[in-house]
Design a protein around this ligand. Structure first.
Ligand code: 5AD
Length: 472
């Protein structure tokens, strides 16, 4: 057998001095660390001590052999290693050259069990990222400016019916965070919040966007290369509101479809006129029509979702023409209907089984990231925060498996505790400076190059519109 942890495109550096999420299962990918710890925990009574020490030696030797086998395997040139994927693709993949896959083929990849084949998949996806974006990684600073929400999504920690203190940051404070991002050489920010489509909210956002643009030397649409890039993630709004925000100077919009299966969507949301899959999909089309660089995504392994659904999700992203993709694992949130369903399904798992569950969840999320890169090669794909909630090196590994963006949270610390979409969300005690430093290091450990002062627009957007790809 080949070593599990070392077969991931894990950065070499051990992660130290970084606050980790309080989820014990997060060590899952570091199988050898976990087993060393449990070795030490075994109570050492005298009569079993010698037995234990020989067991320990055996295990240490096993581990060493496993590592050697992994190292030998990884010595083979990557061009050779990725050939193993031909049994899934029906053709021999070439480094950096994307292939088209059918729904059935995608399902087979998502079900792929062999660790060697998975490593080949991640490396192949990375070769495509590098052929398009080189080793460049871009920052989007997220400002979670309000948790007020009129939606009641059954999985979410800030749904309307959740008892959580509500906040909306004052305008000046939002602008201050944005200016900080600009001064700290972030190319872009993302303004994110719960959903609220009142006139007051739209007018406030318009003003904030205009002011940020003004203070960072930027212009409006058409002036692609000026000021701080602004993305919005504020939910379903009318065409008119989207247009107003675009005119104010926002040029990207992220609206996760959550699932491409309308039936599953009905299960995950209240069945009312405020939660209609078709309307959400139409919002994506409207955003694209207005001219936003548009992103979407789903949660992975949410109760009721099948691997076939996930394969359809990827094809949905491709077919609707997504320029940005943000996907992450579903993470249980107490006091939500889907959280309760999850507990019924998995609450009885013991520690070992939970680790196994998380391991599978992490691997599936990586496969989704890699497949998104293969199917929509020129999109910007995020290494999302939720990945880090289930694996401490989750974002770095994703950056080597198809992702090319990270989103440091720059919300002032005092608000973060009330913007927990799921339990165990990382970074909630951190400051924006810590998030910047931590993610700068993580990008470095991923052997990638952090691009400062650049927008990092998705190439797909310009290609579709037969526009020249700007440098900035
Ligand atoms: N686990 C993971 N992601 C979640 N989101 C909401 N709740 C959860 C959860 N429990 C995601 C949704 C939403 C995004 C802002 O956060 O996909 O679109």
């Amino acid at each position: 057998m080949i070593s599990e942890d070392e077969l991931l495109p894990t950065p070499k550096k051990t992660i130290i001095n970084i606050r980790q999420p309080p989820i014990p299962t997060s060590e899952i990918e570091f199988a050898h660390v976990v087993s060393e710890e449990s070795d030490n925990n075994i109570s050492q009574t005298n009569n079993i001590q010698s037995e234990l020490s020989s067991l320990k030696t055996e295990r240490a030797e096993e581990r060493k052999k496993r590592r050697e086998r992994t190292a030998n395997y990884l010595q083979q040139p990557v061009e050779e290693r990725i050939k193993v994927l031909s049994k899934y693709f029906g053709q021999v993949p070439q480094m950096g050259v994307p292939v088209q896959l059918t729904h059935d083929q995608i399902v087979n990849v998502l079900n792929m069990e062999s660790l060697v084949d998975q490593r080949a998949l991640f490396d192949y996806a990375n070769s495509i990222t590098e052929s398009i974006y080189g080793n460049k990684v871009y920052f989007r600073g997220i400002i979670e400016f309000s948790n007020v929400c009129q939606k009641d999504c059954k999985y979410c920690g800030i749904r309307k019916h959740m008892k959580v203190p509500r906040y909306t940051m004052p305008k000046e404070e939002i602008i201050e965070q944005a200016v900080w991002a600009y001064e700290n050489h972030f190319g872009s920010i993302m303004l994110q919040s719960g959903e609220l489509n009142t006139e007051g909210r739209i007018a406030m956002l318009e003003e904030v966007i205009r002011e940020i643009k003004k203070r960072t030397g930027g212009g409006g649409p058409g002036e692609w290369n000026k000021g701080l890039g602004i993305a919005l993630g504020v939910g379903e709004l009318s065409r008119e509101s989207y247009q107003r925000l675009f005119n104010a100077g926002a040029h990207r919009y992220l609206l996760r479809i959550e699932t491409s299966n309308p039936e599953l969507y009905k299960k995950l949301h209240p069945n009312d006129s405020n939660h209609v899959w078709e309307e959400r999909r139409d919002c994506l089309k409207t955003l694209m029509d207005i001219g936003y660089q548009t992103g979407t995504g789903v949660m992975i392994m949410i109760p009721g979702q099948s691997v076939e659904d996930l394969a359809s999700d990827l094809l949905f992203f491709r077919d609707i023409g997504a320029d940005m993709i943000g996907m992450g694992p579903y993470i249980v949130q107490d006091d939500t209907p889907i959280g309760e369903e999850w507990m019924k399904l998995y609450g009885h798992l013991n520690e070992e089984e939970k680790k196994e569950y998380n391991r599978k969840l992490f691997r599936l999320s990586l496969k989704m990231t890699a497949l998104a890169r293969i199917l929509i090669p020129e999109a910007n794909i995020s290494a999302t925060t939720a990945l880090q909630a289930i694996n401490p090196a989750g974002r770095e590994i994703a950056l080597n498996s198809g992702a090319n963006m990270v989103m440091p949270i720059i919300t002032p610390t005092k608000y973060r505790v009330n913007y927990q979409l799921y339990q165990g969300k990382p970074c909630i005690d951190d400051t924006k400076e810590e998030c910047k430093r931590c993610l700068t290091d993580r990008v470095k450990w991923s052997n990638k190059h952090l691009m400062l002062d650049e927008w990092g627009d998705p190439i797909s957007y310009f290609r579709k519109r037969q526009m020249e790809v700007p440098n900035k």
